[in-house]
Each structure stands twice: as structure tokens, then as C-alpha cells.
Write a protein that binds this ligand. Structure first.
Ligand code: DQA
Length: 148
């Protein structure tokens, strides 16, 4: 199994920004825990503050035959039609994740322009949102012949 964990804008500040919301661990530490948790052939991690770069990584993941993408697009989630179109353009499943429960926060975070083109959404479980999304993708791929 080959998964891409893709993080968007400001996620590089995890561990130092809004610690009460996103926790005290850095993204590097969280990624190391994800690698230790999953025993896949490939867990790749990429973070960018650039919207276009996130689109490029989504396109590349399909070209490089990744089995799926776990995407925390950060604030891009709420307004990026470019990322939405990039997700819609690829055939591999994309799971939308958020560490915080966006529905329990400010109104502007309640709207996601990418949910509609994602396979599913997981939010509110801190760093475990990534692991839960990885588990969901694993189940989906293992049972892809079954309609859910
Ligand atoms: C976030 C939630 C977004 O609303 C916010 O802009 C982020 C992080 C989360 O992981 O909870 O940067 O995606």
C-alpha cells in the first residue's frame, strides 16, 4: 500500500500555533508516529503553504500510482476550487481530514469546498484523524469489490 499524507497551508506550524486546538507535537513528530503505526510499503508526507503545489502533489500521486491520499488542506479547505478540481481530476481516493472539529469552531470553517469530491471526511480527533483516515482507506481498498 502506498499512501500520501498531504498537508496544506500553516500545517507546518503544528506544535507551535494554537496549541490548545492543534496540540504541542510538531508535524514531523506526528508523521513519525503515522509511519510507525502503519506498516505500508510507502507512507509519503508532503506539506506546502502553496495552493498550486498541493494541486501538483495530487496530480503526481496519481501518476506515481499511490493507492490514496489523506489530505489536510488547512484553510484551503474552505475556499480552494483549484484543490477541489485537482481532487476531482484524479481517480485515486482522497480522504479529507482535520485535526480539529471544524463544525464546533467558527462559521467559516463549517463549509468545505472539497468534501463533495472526497471519499469521506474525518475531523476532530487531533493527530489520530490522520491514522483513522489511513485505516479507512485501507479498509476501502481491501474491500473495493464491495459496494458501501
Ligand atoms: C484544520 C482546520 C482548518 O479550518 C484550519 O484552517 C487549519 C487546520 C485542522 O486540521 O483542524 O489550518 O484543517
Amino acid at each position: 500500500m502506498k499512501f500520501l499524507f498531504l498537508n496544506g497551508v500553516n500545517l507546518n506550524m503544528t506544535g507551535t500555533r494554537e496549541k490548545g486546538v492543534y496540540g504541542v507535537q510538531s508535524l514531523e513528530d506526528i508523521n513519525a508516529e503515522i509511519t510507525a503505526y502503519f506498516n505500508y510499503d510507502t507512507c509519503e508526507f508532503y506539506q506546502s503553504n502553496s495552493e498550486g503545489e498541493i494541486c501538483t502533489q495530487i496530480q503526481k500521486a496519481e501518476e506515481e500510482e499511490f493507492d490514496g491520499i489523506i489530505l489536510n488542506a488547512g484553510a484551503f479547505t474552505h475556499y480552494s476550487y483549484a484543490i477541489r478540481d485537482a481532487i476531482a481530476s484524479v481517480d485515486i481516493p482522497v480522504i479529507e481530514v482535520h485535526m480539529s472539529n471544524v463544525h464546533a469552531r467558527e462559521e467559516f470553517r463549517h463549509k468545505s469546498v472539497i468534501s463533495e469530491v472526497c471519499k469521506g471526511v474525518i475531523c476532530g480527533f487531533g493527530k489520530y484523524s490522520y491514522i483513522l483516515a489511513g485505516e479507512a482507506l485501507t479498509l476501502l481498498i481491501a474491500n473495493k469489490d464491495q459496494t458501501v
